[in-house]
Every structure is written in C-alpha cells, then in structure tokens.
Design a binder for this molecule. Structure first.
Ligand code: NDP
Length: 261
C-alpha cells in the first residue's frame, strides 16, 4: 500500500500569488496538502486559490505585507484558524532590486532586508511555537544562491539572502529536538516574473535584446537554462514530506550546478 506522506497536513505559503510561491502551493496541493496563500495582491491570489480548489484541496487567501510584523502575526493566526492548524510554513515572498554599491540608496537596503530577511524572522517566530507544541513542523525558506555567493550590484539582496540562511541554520539547531525541521532552498535564476523584471532591467540598461538578456542569465548555469518554478516546488515538497524529518539546517541548491557548496 502506498504511504501517504502528507495525510492531514496544512501549509502556509507566502508570496503564493505567482512564480515559485504559486508553483509551490500547487505542488503541495497536488500532494494532498490544504494551503493558505498569502501576498499583498488579492486578485492573483484568488486565481491560485481557484486552481487549488480544482485539485480538490482547500485553499484560503490572506492579504499580507510581510514587511509588517503585526500583519505577519495576523497572517499566521488566520492561516491556523482557517486550516485548523499549521504544519508547513514556506517563507517564499521576496523582492530583488539591484543598485551599484557606491551611492547605494539606504531605502533600498532597508526594503530588501525587510522583505527578504525580517519577514522570515517574523513568520518563523509566529509559526514555530505551535509546531513545537505539536512536535511536528516544517519551516522552509526560499533563499537563493545569492545567500552563498556575491554578485555585483546586489549588495542589499545578497546580504538579505546570506542573512536568511544564517537565521534558518540557527533556528534549526534550537528546534532540532522538537520534531520541527528548518531548511532553505537556494535557486539560481528561475523562470518567474522576478526574472522577467531582471531581463527588462538588463534590456533598459544595456540596450541588449530581450532574448539575448535572457540567454545571458541562462548562461550562468552549467545547464544553460533557467530553473523552472516547478523544479523549486518539487524540492519544497520533498523537504515538507513525512519522511524528511532527518534533514534540517540545510540549504539546498536548485541552480543547475552553478554553485556546488
Ligand atoms: P515573483 O516576483 O515572481 O513573486 C514574488 C511573490 O512575493 C509574489 O507573490 C508577491 O506578491 C510576493 N511579495 C513580494 N513582496 C511582498 C511583500 N512585501 N509582502 C507579501 N508578499 C510579497 O518572485 P519569484 O517567484 O521569482 O521569487 C520567490 C522567492 O524566490 C523570492 O524570495 C526570491 O528572492 C527567491 N528567488 C527567486 C529567484 C528567481 O530567479 N526568480 C532566484 C533565487 C531566489 P505581491 O506583489 O502581490 O505581494
């Protein structure tokens, strides 16, 4: 008889309205998980909820700006209430904007850290106590290979992603005996609206064609292609499964082999 790795499991995915978050929410739902979907924009969230409902799973939408600690607490409380509990938290919401370091805007620094790092601190702090109390939980953060290596013009984004990997490792150790695992996934360039924006930025800055700009990003991978959001979602589903309780404190690259460490 097949083992059900997700029986009765309930997940909250931030940034679930498009890109990696949407694919992750759909992949979890396909695996049998009921899902709360969070982001700022309501319309895109509703579309994803409709797709999940078509798979026969429950889906709830929660509007939340993850940079606001009070809203994040409300998001987690609301997810728990609507789903009847919370077993899996996917910290995916994020933003990537670049600027030269000389003359770097302080506002951009604050915004990148608030969106990509402090948001994860808020959500993990809000979700962890009940997971510890039930002696089972999965906290999975979509970081980036930018959490492991530096690249030009991305000081704030790179710092936020290095920070979030450190946060997840420290929390993993504190929760190690509680039945709650804490891991990160580190994608390279993924074919999402975020990468579309990066391509548009390259086109505007360099005058390159869109196809060349996209090929340029893809060429940073030994596989010479962008990662798909579904490929990232598969790794999240694997980490979230019942049988993955021995994996904690890890940061798993999904980058076509561009960084091996
Ligand atoms: P997208 O830009 O395609 O989607 C971002 C999602 O996050 C949207 O649902 C957006 O919804 C939400 N979001 C953004 N800011 C906030 C906020 N302040 N509060 C709540 N929700 C927010 O991004 P991707 O899918 O590409 O990226 C997802 C994650 O993966 C990010 O953490 C990113 O850093 C990481 N990543 C992406 C890579 C890539 O190449 N695309 C590579 C490596 C890592 P809304 O705007 O409605 O709030």
């Amino acid at each position: 008889m097949a083992v059900d790795l997700f029986a009765g499991k309930r997940a909250l995915v931030t940034g679930a309205s498009r890109g990696i978050g949407r694919s992750t929410a759909l992949a979890l739902a396909e695996a049998g998980v009921d899902v709360a979907l969070a982001a700022r924009g309501a319309d895109e969230l509703r579309q994803v909820a409709t797709e999940i409902a078509a798979l026969g799973r429950k889906a709830f939408t929660i509007q939340c700006d993850v940079t606001d600690g009070a809203q994040v607490q409300q998001m987690v409380d609301s997810a728990r209430e609507q789903l009847g509990g919370l077993d899996i938290l996917v910290n995916n919401a994020g933003s990537a904007q670049s600027a030269k370091f000389l003359g770097h805007p302080d506002e951009l620094w604050q915004r990148m850290l608030a969106t990509n790092l402090t948001s994860v601190y808020y959500a993990t702090k809000a979700a962890a106590p009940a997971m510890v109390a039930q002696q089972w939980g999965r906290i999975i953060t979509i970081a980036s290979v930018a959490g492991k290596v530096g690249s030009r013009y991305t000081a704030a984004y790179t710092a936020s992603k290095h920070g979030v990997l450190g946060l997840m490792k420290a929390v993993a150790l504190e929760l190690a005996t509680s039945g709650v695992t804490v891991n990160s996934v580190c994608p390279g360039y993924v074919d999402t609206p975020m990468t579309d924006a990066a391509v548009a930025n390259i086109v505007a800055r360099t005058g390159m064609s869109e196809a060349d700009a996209r090929a340029n990003l893809a060429s940073s991978s030994p596989q010479r292609r962008l990662v798909t959001p579904e490929e990232v979602a598969r790794v999240v589903v694997c980490l979230a499964a019942e049988g993955s309780g021995g994996i904690t404190g890890q940061a798993i690259n999904v980058d076509g082999g561009s960084f091996m460490g």
